[in-house]
Design a binder for this molecule. Structure first.
Ligand code: CA
Length: 458
């Protein structure tokens, strides 16, 4: 069996930690289990924990030893708990839902979040804009992003007012990045804009195409039906540890039928288009003579010229008690009470623009970026000094769903709330499988300046 290498310092430390515990207790089977696991997140089964508890109990003498034994078991139980919700990808629904979920728990445990902050964290330093003139003839619907040098990433928001419950480990260390000037869509791509693309090209989105047996080899043939993932709120309160309680794969759902075959987008021309897979966004961008932003371009633009703020508009969630983005209020995921003015998705431009004139850069719908996702990419960049126009890692790894390559998404959506996912905070990150979408995933495009190089195309 192959011994898979760790991808992050956190994985490395955890494997060492668990191996040390097992070796101390003389449990060779558990060590074998770790070495032969298909990924580093497949750890102990219950019988191994009970065996270990028995052995440690026999070894323990006196209060101190019992205390140590309890701590060791706590470490193991927490590791085991990280794996318990990984369902086997048995059919198209579970595969599509898992692949489409932007917000999942991080693979790096809390202890490593602390390590990042103490050992690898870097302070935000002043944003320095590039000295370039505002170009003439900016295309309609786009704004100029001056480019320059900035500090990219996010600190641990847990414990902050409105900070939420996630450490956002993958947004650290904060590191220094330079991006060239570029143009960016002022809004997310709307239904009307996407309809024009479809009318001109006849393009079919991934959600509209019947899945194949090759793509979902374990799915029963009757389940291979075109569709997409739709937020389906449960009728009563649920625990927040299983996203299958509020996400479902709906046959017939697509950008024209966002909630399912009986829904439509009549009267919704100015709403962001949704159910857009990464490859759909790429196709639109190419047709429009644009491209998707790199993650660094996206964050530079989203920060609006400010340095290190928590949100695209500043450090307060609601400055002067004003809602600044379409997010989720109420009891997630049961009832969205729409205190910000919108239950569910909102038309574009209903909230204030950021410092560069970008609307809905936080909330409303997730926005695809060009880059592959890895939680340890910022560590790599930080170790290399100033990152100039970074394009993302060469491959992808998501600890929440190992083996599924994912692209970066940014900005959060109308479903984000401090009860579950605060990824409307400007430095935070999301991700999704390139052929998966849902009814809160859309995009916006960027364009190089006429004299610039086409830096983000791969
Ligand atoms: Ca809302």
């Amino acid at each position: 069996m192959q011994d898979f290498p760790p991808h992050t310092p956190g994985e490395f430390l955890r494997i060492l930690r668990v191996k040390a515990v097992c070796a101390a207790a003389g449990v060779k089977k558990a060590i074998t289990l770790i070495n032969s696991a298909p990924n580093n997140y497949e750890l102990f089964a219950i019988p191994e924990i009970l065996t270990l508890a028995f052995i440690i109990g026999r070894m323990s003498k006196g209060i101190f030893h019992n205390y140590v034994a309890i701590c060791l078991l706590g470490i193991i139980a927490s590791c085991n708990n990280e794996n318990e919700k990984q369902l086997p990808a048995a059919d198209i629904t579970s595969q599509r839902v898992d692949a489409a979920i932007s917000c999942t728990k991080m693979g790096v445990p809390i202890v490593d979040s602390l390590l990042y902050e103490k050992g690898g964290g870097r302070d935000f330093r002043e944003t320095v804009l590039a000295k370039v003139a505002v170009p003439m003839n900016i295309p309609a619907g786009m704004v100029f992003i001056p480019g320059g040098e900035f500090s990219m990433g996010g600190i641990n928001p847990v414990g902050m007012l409105d900070g939420g419950k996630e450490n956002m480990n993958d947004a650290r260390p904060v590191h220094r990045v330079y991006v060239n000037p570029f143009l960016m869509d002022a809004t997310e791509v709307t239904n009307a804009e996407f309809a024009a693309f479809v009318k001109a090209t006849g393009y079919k989105t991934v959600a509209e195409i019947t899945p194949t047996k090759e793509e979902f080899p374990t799915a029963p043939i009757e389940n291979l039906v075109a569709g997409s993932v739709v937020f389906s709120p449960p009728s009563s309160k649920v625990t927040l540890d299983d996203h299958f309680q509020w996400w479902n794969y709906i046959h017939g759902a697509s950008w024209m039928h966002p909630s399912g075959p009986n829904s439509n987008i009549r009267g919704m021309d100015s709403f962001p288009v949704v159910h857009i897979a990464w490859e759909d966004a790429m196709a639109y961008a190419k047709w429009a003579g644009k491209r998707l932003p790199t993650e660094a371009e996206w964050e530079f633009a989203a920060r609006g010229g400010a340095t290190g703020t928590l949100y695209a508009w500043g450090n307060l969630m609601k400055p002067e008690n004003r809602w600044m983005a379409n997010i989720y209020e109420g009891e997630f995921p049961v009832k969205d009470i729409g205190l910000d003015g919108y239950i569910g998705i909102a038309p574009v431009k209903k909230f204030p623009a950021n410092g560069y004139g970008l609307y809905d850069i936080a909330g409303n719908v997730w926005e695809w970026c060009a880059d592959w996702y890895r939680p340890d990419y910022y560590t790599k960049l930080a170790n290399e000094g100033l990152a100039k126009n970074p394009h993302g890692p060469n491959d992808s790894f998501d600890p929440s769903e190992p083996g599924v390559a994912k692209k970066v998404q940014r900005g959060g959506s109308f479903l984000c709330t401090d009860q579950y996912c605060t990824r409307y905070m400007v430095g935070t990150r999301g991700k999704g499988e390139p052929r998966s979408a849902s009814n809160h995933v859309g995009f916006r495009c960027v364009k190089d300046l006429p004299s610039g190089k086409n830096l983000a195309l791969k």
